[in-house]
Design a protein around this ligand. Sequence first.
Ligand code: ATP
Ligand SMILES: O=c1ccn([C@@H]2O[C@H](COP(=O)(O)O)[C@@H](O)[C@H]2O)c(=O)[nH]1
Length: 240
Amino acid sequence: MTAAKPAHKRILLKLSGEALMGDDAFGINRATIVRMVSEVAEVTRLGVEVAVVIGGGNIFRGVAGGAEGMDRATADYMGMLATVMNSLALADAMDKQGLTARVMSAIGIEQVVEPYVRPKALQYLEEGKVVVFAAGTGNPFFTTDTAAALRGAEIGAEVVLKATKVDGVYTADPMKDPTATRYTRLTFDEAMVRNLGIMDATAFALCRDQKLPIRVFSIVKEGALKRVVMGEDEGTLVYA
Ligand SMILES: Nc1ncnc2c1ncn2[C@@H]1O[C@H](COP(=O)(O)OP(=O)(O)OP(=O)(O)O)[C@@H](O)[C@H]1O
Ligand SMILES: O=c1ccn([C@@H]2O[C@H](COP(=O)(O)O)[C@@H](O)[C@H]2O)c(=O)[nH]1
């Protein structure tokens, strides 16, 4: 009997910053990051090329309460720096688990991490290294979901996997509306027309135009990432 093959050769994994908190109120929970990284390690062992974009919601968001009264662009740069911190923590945890990770930043901070250079990122992926894209798109007024769509398209990923705290896209925010029901699949146009808040419209529009599917699934659910990579029916597929 031959072993089942992964459904994807190259993926862009968008990891929720907020999920990194685990049960804590802020920051990075050690056990949580270690578990997330072990799930990433498992899919790299299947031969899948993995690029990661991590959010910053566990530390700072430009539109959150902590930024009230601030200049929006300044607050957004703080948010991007929060994603650099998460990226460094992630790469460090990967290193500890025997993965080789490279952090590439969209904003220049060469003393800390190397800048994002597309051919270099592609080279790392071909070498089997995990590439962590830090600092979002490098521009204020965007989110790391849009960065995931952008980098996913640039590196020719077959799918964007949005790993978050909920197990898919619902008819309404399931954290606020207990009657909300989960979609198994829906189109980008449906997601945008229904104004479903799971991702911002910029990210949806970019993926739709590039015909880059997104699968939304729960990173809290153990083994879900591997099941998604193996093509099993997990979470919600958003497609063009
Ligand atoms: N229609 C919907 N279906 C599912 N989740 C929704 C929906 N509308 C809003 N949400 C909310 O969206 C959240 C996930 O999106 P968001 O990008 O804010 O989180 P994240 O990926 O965890 O962010 P970050 O990386 O910034 O920490 C969920 O936790 C959920 O509460
Ligand atoms: O391209 C980008 C990406 C992010 N930001 C800012 O960072 C925070 C954290 O990102 P999340 O996607 O919310 O996790 C975001 O709120 C923005 O303030 C950005 O400006 N540009």
